[in-house]
Design a protein around this ligand. Structure first.
Ligand code: HEC
Length: 145
């Protein structure tokens, strides 16, 4: 009897702690992209001279962007094409091409991290352009405006 009571208590604690935030792939991917956009924005502003160059801040943003760039893909499971989203249904018709674009962006982002760690702002500027184009190439094809 006691065992069942403990089990019941555990199950109710677990289910109530999940109840307030149901995992939602659309919110997940948007949040991930928000973080990416945030850190890309910091580096782009420094590259354009709109913000003073701070090597440590730049390095930190590059590291965060590199890590987070691995996350968006799992935010696009089958069935998440409907809802409050700008993702085009074409993604799920050619997931292989979408994955390739994601991979290309991840590669450009990891090169940016390497350059950031060396602290070469001139090279970083060029690489920021490449990263930006890799974001845009996917947005142009798979995201509505
Ligand atoms: C392989 C495709 C792909 C790549 C690469 C990509 N994005 Fe996106 N991005 C999307 C899609 C699709 C959406 C729309 C998500 C939605 O509304 O569900 C999006 C949305 C966004 C948003 C808006 C999020 C919101 O709150 O609605 C931002 C910001 C963003 N991306 C930034 C970036 C940045 C910065 C990069 C490059 C470093 C990038 N993305 C690379 C596909 C991509």
């Amino acid at each position: 009897m006691r065992k069942f009571q403990v089990l019941f208590l555990l199950v109710s604690i677990l289910s109530s702690s999940f109840a307030f935030s149901k995992p939602d792939p659309i919110k997940y991917r948007k949040s991930v992209y928000q973080i990416m956009g945030w850190h890309f924005g910091i580096m782009a502003a420094m590259a354009k001279g709109k913000k003073g160059y701070d090597r440590d801040v730049f390095m930190r943003s590059a590291a965060i962007l590199r890590f987070v760039s691995n996350l968006p893909l799992e935010g696009f499971p089958v069935g998440s094409e409907k809802g409050n989203t700008k993702a085009k249904p074409e993604i799920w018709l050619d997931m292989k091409d979408f994955e390739e674009k994601m991979l290309q962006m991840q590669q450009e982002v990891s090169v940016l991290e390497e350059i950031a760690n060396i602290g070469d702002l001139r090279k970083a500027k060029k690489q920021i352009g490449k990263v930006g184009r890799s974001c845009k190439s996917c947005h142009d094809k798979y995201k509505t405006k």
